[in-house]
Design a protein around this ligand. Structure first.
Ligand code: ZN
Length: 350
């Protein structure tokens, strides 16, 4: 009988099943249930859990069709190791095995979006580090990930992927609720910027909504600026105004019904003091390091205000407030009516 004829008559042995390592697609090479590569890796790792086969197991057990007993010093440790062990890295391939389905889809989407446009280079080992990080922690989504625990490069990849996912998981309406705006939702991407624009520095919810509506109106306008400078200016101004109200107005300015024109007058006076170092020193009641108090977050209030400065606070916030008072948004108009000030001359988004 020739070899070809003999092979055709043979039937396969049962085998030992699949390698239990979550990221491995290999077949088990022995009753230990590990593939050949992971058997070697298990030895190199110091055999966690102490799983061993009997000596000469093939001769004394398998030949006679007996089941081969495996003994463990700590079965739980072995199972833990086999779930999370690293797999062989193949050149040019990314191993996504063992990831939760949603996590896998999120990383695939992030990789796909990264191929669009002129983006930074992502070496595969960096991406694999992110995959391994998520797999080791059995994360269901990138949103569950604490990016600060990763290495710098893994953080960079995770943050960019999260930015892309945010465009899918959030609608424009839900971004307003969450305290940010995505320029991509309006078909606009400013040069050198990402789509995400954080507005949570504004602590008063009503004021944050006014800012969101104003920025959305800019993005919808045919006169939308070509750069993000207008956005930066408006946010800086409203964040500063928010800090002024937090420190000065009743209930931190969180209830717009309690706000009156005098609050804006006071804010303006303090801005003037801020701009004039002599007045700032001579008037202890004005805005300075010693007098700023805020029941909710004094440190953040001070930081926000010091970073922005007075004039910026005014010139940045006034276009937004003027727009809200003149806009057709009755809610916006009502909310900012109390803050009406003589300096709020007519202006608006084109
Ligand atoms: Zn394996």
């Amino acid at each position: 009988m020739d070899f070809e004829s003999w092979v055709l008559e043979q039937s396969p042995f049962d085998g030992y099943g699949s390698c239990p390592v979550a990221s491995c697609s290999g077949l088990a090479a022995s009753p230990l249930k590990l593939c050949r590569w992971h058997e070697l890796f298990y030895q190199r790792e110091g055999r966690p859990g102490g799983a061993v086969l009997p000596e000469k197991w093939a001769r004394y057990y398998e030949v006679y069709g007996k089941p081969v007993p495996v003994t463990y010093a700590d079965r739980r440790q072995f199972d833990q190791w086999s779930r999370t062990a690293r797999s062989e890295t193949l050149h040019g391939q990314l191993n996504l095995r063992g990831l939760r389905p949603l996590m896998k889809a999120e990383i695939q989407w992030g990789l796909f979006k990264h191929t669009e446009g002129d983006r930074a280079r992502w070496p595969l080992p960096w991406v694999q580090d992110l995959v391994n990080f998520c797999r080791d922690r059995d994360l269901g989504s990138l949103a569950d990930m604490d990016v600060n625990q990763c290495t710098h490069f893994t953080q960079m990849i995770a943050r960019e992927t999260l930015n892309e996912l945010r465009l899918i998981y959030f609608t424009p309406e839900t971004t307003r609720e969450a305290g940010f705006i995505e320029t991509d939702h309006f078909g606009i991407r400013f040069p050198g910027r990402i789509s995400h624009y954080d507005l949570t520095g504004v602590s008063q919810r009503w004021l944050r909504d006014v800012l969101w509506d104003y920025l959305a109106a800019i993005l919808r306008s045919p006169k939308c600026p070509r750069t993000g400078a207008t956005f930066d200016h408006a946010r800086r101004g409203i964040v500063s105004l928010s800090a002024f109200l937090e420190a000065d107005a009743r209930e931190g300015g969180h209830d717009p019904n309690l706000l009156q024109a005098k609050h804006m007058e006071t804010a303006w006076n303090r801005i003037c003091c801020w701009n004039d170092p002599n007045r700032r020193r001579s008037r202890p009641g004005c805005w300075n390091d010693a007098t700023v108090t805020c029941s909710s977050s004094p440190e953040s209030t001070m930081k926000r205000t010091c970073c922005t400065g007075g004039s910026t606070a005014w010139t940045g916030s006034s276009p937004c407030l003027r727009w809200s008072q003149k806009s057709g948004e009755s809610q916006c108009r009502r909310r900012t009516l109390g803050l009406k000030h003589s300096r709020c001359s007519s202006a608006g988004v084109g």
